[in-house]
Design a protein. Structure first.
Lengths: 214, 319
């Protein structure tokens, strides 16, 4: 398992798998199988896959620790960037067919509709994360600051779930399902954080000083 | 525009039956490129399997009034993309899950503030008046729209037969509901049976259609078989499906979506581009088959027929 994870071919395979949802959409489009409302079909599919990839990305760290598979980190950036890729496609279906590329109209919509506002916020927050995803940027920002910045993905995940919840008319089962997964993944982190804080508080101030520096 | 009659062309011809009947075989035969594409397709097939054709009975019709000359939405789209929450909330669910819905025998009880309450069998309803084909615009509250050749006659034909008393001010409708036949209705967030209502003058308006068919044939199960109401100037959810009860009442009756969220779905729910749904705009709509959105018309373009019903009312308040 560990050898498989560190193989460079595994990364290639995962990359191709991450493209499958797009491949399926293209295949449907080519065969006229996007249903009666193709725009909506693509919009919902790309939205769904954004949330799924967000959840996959957030699952990497807990899995690494729980399964003791540190090499899983090799896939986190790729999954994060695929999240950004699918949200960009999702946004394109909105700015294009929905808003006819009218930026003024789009801005009014973002201001007025809370489900659009929260979705847009989640999308915008991902932009700096995608831009600073390279090793160079980690170096430039320093690990600690980079990590703080990239915690913005927690906010995006919450925004994404609320965006979906506010969109549906009465059947909230799917948004609640995604919401539950995001809640588990964030609560797990909160638990770790609280435990660390507790451990730090229990040690002497001197040790705490060195611990926060490391 | 040429109004096609059921006699020379059926609407299933819009998308040739042989193609959508054999869709799966056709696709399989072509061979598909890429393992990923095949895997993804299998997954997505669960969401939207290939379309089947409904087995409707042909109906003889005469040309009705109020026809729009806009392009008719293909039958396959209308019958495979719609809301009927009793059969599930996905747009493809009704076509998938309503196939074994039993619509015969069928009776509609008409009661309440009427001189002659009575129960109509489906056979009786079909003989109440000559069946007209009426091509109406249909606008969903979700901001998509279609153009459908419905079959039926003005609902006021039935109203006149039961003779409402002077106390009757509203009409309450109730849909069929059976959890055994509609297990997918669980968890959809609505209370069943689905109920709707109209003011008596709205119900009397000749545009209000008692509908028994579409595209030259009887109604497919998923579109509200065997009998429904179609009110073209109101959002689609007002056009209640699979009716079993019609009751004439004194006061405004409760309605399903209004009970679920009264700030979002009013009793009137007239199509109105100037009054937005609290969560989204109603100014534009996507006609199925089009990419970009078009402007939504006041009363869905039926203002000449119905605007007078609401004279003096504040439609921002009475949405």
């Amino acid at each position: 398992m560990r050898r498989l994870l560190s193989s460079k071919w595994t990364k290639v395979v995962v990359f191709v798998i991450c493209l499958a949802p797009l491949g399926a959409l293209v295949d449907r489009a080519l065969h006229g199988r996007l249903g009666a409302n193709p725009v909506e079909f693509v919009q919902h599919a790309t939205g769904d896959w954004t949330l799924r990839f967000l959840i996959f990305t957030l699952t990497i760290t807990p899995l690494r620790k729980l399964l003791n598979l540190p090499d899983l980190i090799r896939f986190r950036r790729m999954l994060g960037l695929f999240t950004f890729f699918y949200v960009c496609l999702h946004f394109l279906t909105y700015i294009g067919p929905d808003q006819s590329f009218d930026l003024g109209g789009m801005w009014k919509d973002v201001e007025k509709r809370r489900f659009v506002t929260v979705g847009f916020l989640g999308f915008v927050l991902l932009i700096p994360l995608a831009l600073t995803s390279t090793a160079g940027w980690i170096r430039r920002l320093g690990g600690k600051r980079w990590q703080t910045l990239h915690r913005a993905i927690y906010v995006t995940a919450i925004c994404g779930v609320i965006h979906y919840y506010w969109l549906v008319k009465s059947d909230v089962r799917k948004p609640l399902f995604y919401g539950a997964l995001v809640a588990i993944l964030l609560l797990w982190r909160l638990g770790i954080w609280l435990r660390k804080k507790g451990q730090l508080a229990a040690t002497s101030p001197e040790v705490r000083h060195t611990a926060t520096q490391s | 525009m040429l109004i096609r009659r059921a006699s020379d062309l059926t609407y299933a011809d819009v998308t040739p039956k042989c193609i959508y009947l054999n869709r799966r075989k056709f696709l399989r035969g072509m061979g598909l490129a890429g393992v990923a594409a095949v895997a993804g397709k299998g997954l997505l097939d669960l969401v939207s399997p290939s379309r089947s054709v409904y087995a409707g009975t042909k109906l003889d019709t005469i040309k009705g009034p109020f026809n729009t000359d806009e392009k008719i939405t293909p039958a396959a789209d209308v019958t495979h993309y719609n809301n009927f929450y009793e059969f599930g909330t996905d747009k493809g669910d009704p076509a998938r899950n309503a196939q074994n819905f039993r619509t015969s025998p069928w009776n509609v009880a008409v009661e309440g503030e009427v001189a002659k309450p009575r129960t109509f069998s489906m056979e009786e309803i079909l003989k109440l008046a000559p069946l007209e084909e009426r091509i109406y615009r249909h606008r969903c509250v979700e901001a998509w729209s279609i153009v459908v050749p419905w079959i039926g006659f003005s609902f006021n034909t039935l109203i006149k037969l039961v003779e409402p008393t002077p106390k009757a001010k509203y009409v309450a409708f109730e849909s069929f509901y059976d959890l055994k036949q509609m297990p997918q209705s669980r968890g959809t967030g609505l209370d069943y049976p689905y109920i709707e209502g109209l003011r008596l003058d709205e119900a009397m308006n000749p545009l209000t259609l008692l509908c028994v068919g579409m595209y030259g044939e009887t109604l497919p199960n998923q579109d509200g078989a065997p009998v429904r109401i179609v009110i073209p100037w109101k959002y689609g959810f007002k056009s209640i499906k699979s009716i079993v009860k019609v009751k004439f009442v004194k006061g405004e009756p409760p309605t399903t979506w209004n009970r679920m969220s009264s700030t979002e779905y009013g009793f009137y729910s007239n199509v109105n581009p100037n009054v937005d749904h609290p969560r989204w705009s109603q100014a534009k709509e996507r006609r199925l088959g089009e990419i970009f959105k078009r402007n939504t018309l006041m009363f869905n373009g039926y203002g000449d027929q119905v605007a007078s019903l609401y004279a003096g009312m504040n439609l921002k308040k009475d949405y």
